[in-house]
Design a protein around this ligand. Sequence first.
Ligand code: CAA
Length: 260
Amino acid sequence: MEYANLLLEKNGAVAVLTINRPKALNALNSDTVTELSTALDELGRDSSVKAVILTGSGEKAFIAGADISQMKDFNCMQARRFAQLGHSVFRKIELMPQPVIAAINGFALGGGCELAMACDIRIAAENAKFGQPEVTLGLTAGFGGTQRLPRLVGAGLASELLFTGDIIDVNEAYRIGLVNKIYPLDTLMEEAMKLAKKISSRAPVAVQLTKSAIQRGVNMDIDSAQAYEAEIFGLTFSTQDQIEGCSAFLEKRKPAFEGK
Ligand code: CAA
């Protein structure tokens, strides 16, 4: 499928999804969020895709936020719908089967930081900058920032970032656990691809069930979450990959996983 504001490429089992509005620093208008929804559905259905990399076009921005020129004239109803659209589409990232890696190549502000936080793993370039500057515009964060930032970095740090609108550099983002790794900008995509390929080489059903346990379990009480983990652990013992993985270990060879 062709998209106006996205690029979707496949490299073996890895899909690279690029938000492509570089003139607006990849700002998210409703058309782009709607296209993202369609692309995520397409990828979620594609069993040949084992991992996804999400990034922004150009060398300056991952995503500089929701599109301020579109939002400026919203009424309350339109703003609420826009937030609900963002919520439902970003949640698809958490609930789709494949792991999604955010490769953050510059500004990740507002909706851009929120989109990165909805991804399973965040790696960033040395020029990346993060923040939730909505209060400087007279708004609150609207694509999940008030909920995911406290879950990721704790309520105290999240409150400071959300109340001040301060923008932090990549070293501070790394220090507070917002990103896992920092790379030079010119090697970021190569490193993202290496990570995505490593994940793709693991038993696909086990990886997908692990994602499900993390994403669903994080919102459950510990007993329900452990019961869910026991279920999915049991499920892996109905797969060929479990037989292959354990046999390969005992036979001292590399496993050949087929994803079934
Ligand atoms: N929406 C719309 N357009 C944007 C944009 C945004 N979020 N961010 C940047 N742009 C546009 C600029 O208007 C500019 O367009 P023109 O060339 O047509 O003037 C172009 O992108 C380049 O931007 P700048 O000239 O501003 O570039 P800069 O290097 O001087 O500054 C920046 C970069 C610090 C990221 C600055 O662009 C900026 O502060 N952007 C807005 C960041 C922001 O506030 N994001 C939060 C949005 S609200 C939100 O996201 C709500 C939510 O949770 C749902």
